[in-house]
Write a protein that binds this ligand. Structure first.
Ligand code: ADP
Length: 307
C-alpha cells in the first residue's frame, strides 16, 4: 500500500490553564495535517518524517504518533537535541500570542538522518508533503541536501506536495524565503497555498492570481485557500470555485489550513473528486476552528466528519 509522509517539525505545546497549571500537548503544521488525514481516512497510511530527541518528552511524542496511528519509519532520535517547544498565552481579551523555543530543535537536524539509503525506502506512488515551515526549520546548510533528496524522490515517482505556510520570523530575509519557495514550487506536483502566504513575498492578493502564479511552475493540481472565502482549484485544465460556509462561532483558527490540507489530500488519495475533497477539507477545517488548540478532540472531530 502506498503511504503519504509529512516532513517537518512537531513541537511540544504548553498552554497555561491557570497561574499554576500548564497543559501539555504536541503540535506542528505537518503533524497536524497527518493527524487529521489519518483520523478521517484510517485506510490510508500517513507518516511523519522528523527528528526528535531521546528525552522523556520526545518518547512521549513518539508514543503520541503511535496513538494517532502514524507511521514512524522516518522518525529519528537525535542523541544530543530535544524537540522545539512553544507556549500559548491568552490575554484578558482572548488574544493569543506564542513564545517559541525551537532555534536548536532536533528537527532542524533532520537531514543528518535522511541519507540516500533512506530515500530508497520510499516507493513509487508514495507522497511527501513539505511546508514552508519545514523548509525554514531545516538548517540553511542542510537545505541543499533536502533539495537533492526531493529531486531524487521525484525521479522515483514520489508525488511532492507543497504548502508555503510563510512564517516571516523563521527566515533571515524575504529573499531567502522567496528563493526556497520558488524551488519548492518548481518541484511540486500539488500545491496548497493560502492567499495570505503569497501576499508578502510575491505581491499576490487574490486567489486567481495565486493560481496563475502556481501555474507558471507547471504544477498539476493547485488548491488556493482564502480563510472563510471560497477555495479556488485548478487541475486538468479546469478552474473551479468552491463556496465555503463561514463558521459563526470561531474559537481558535490555529491549524485550519493544516486540517484542510490533511483531509483534502486523504480524500484525493481515495480518488474523491476535487470538489468532494474540498468540501470534506472545509468541513474538517471548520470543525477544528471551533475548538481551542491545533488538535481538536478526536471524538468531536470524528463526529463532525462523515467521509
Ligand atoms: P491558514 O490556516 O493556512 O491560514 P486559511 O485561513 O486560509 O488557512 O483557512 C484554511 C481553511 O479553513 C479555509 O480554506 C476554510 O476551509 C477554513 N476556514 C478558515 N476560516 C474559516 C471560517 N471563518 N469559517 C469557515 N471555514 C473557515
Amino acid at each position: 500500500m502506498n503511504k503519504i509522509f509529512f516532513l517537518g517539525e512537531c513541537m511540544v505545546e504548553l498552554r497555561a490553564i491557570d497561574d499554576n497549571t500548564m497543559e501539555q500537548s504536541f503540535a506542528g503544521d505537518v503533524y497536524n495535517s497527518a493527524v487529521y488525514l489519518q483520523r478521517c481516512f484510517p485506510g490510508i497510511k500517513a507518516g511523519m518524517v522528523t527528528a526528535v530527541g531521546t528525552d522523556a518528552l520526545s518518547e512521549k511524542m513518539i508514543q503520541k504518533f503511535h496513538h494517532e496511528s502514524l507511521d514512524t519509519t522516518f522518525v529519528f532520535q537525535h542523541k544530543d537535541k530535544v524537540p522545539g517547544l512553544y507556549l500559548i498565552k491568552t490575554d484578558a481579551v482572548g488574544e493569543r500570542s506564542f513564545t517559541y523555543w525551537r532555534s536548536d530543535a532536533a528537527a532542524r537536524y533532520l537531514m543528518d538522518f535522511l541519507s540516500d539509503d533512506v530515500a530508497g525506502l520510499f516507493k513509487t506512488g508514495d507522497a511527501l508533503f513539505i511546508s514552508g515551515i519545514s523548509l525554514a526549520v531545516i538548517t540553511p546548510a542542510a537545505r541543499s541536501a533536502l533539495w537533492s533528496l526531493l529531486e531524487q524522490l521525484k525521479s522515483r515517482g514520489v508525488t511532492l506536495i507543497f504548502d508555503p505556510n510563510y512564517r516571516a520570523r523563521l527566515w533571515s530575509s524575504t529573499d531567502e524565503a522567496i528563493t526556497a519557495f520558488q524551488r519548492a514550487f518548481q518541484l511540486a506536483d500539488i500545491a496548497l497555498p493560502g492567499v495570505e502566504d503569497l501576499e508578502v513575498l510575491f505581491g499576490i492578493s487574490n486567489a486567481e492570481a495565486a493560481i496563475e502564479y502556481c501555474q507558471s511552475f507547471g504544477i498539476r493540481e493547485i488548491v488556493v485557500k482564502n480563510g472563510p472565502e471560497s477555495v479556488l482549484t485548478y487541475a486538468n485544465g479546469q478552474l473551479q470555485k468552491h463556496p465555503i460556509t463561514p463558521v459563526t462561532k470561531v474559537v481558535d483558527t490555529t491549524s485550519a489550513g493544516d486540517a484542510f490540507n490533511g483531509v483534502y489530500l486523504g480524500a484525493r488519495i481515495q480518488n474523491r473528486s476535487i470538489s468532494d475533497a474540498v468540501q470534506l477539507a472545509a468541513t474538517a477545517a471548520g470543525t477544528v476552528i471551533q475548538h481551542p488548540g491545533a488538535i481538536a478532540p478526536a471524538a468531536a472531530f470524528r463526529a463532525a466528519m462523515v467521509t
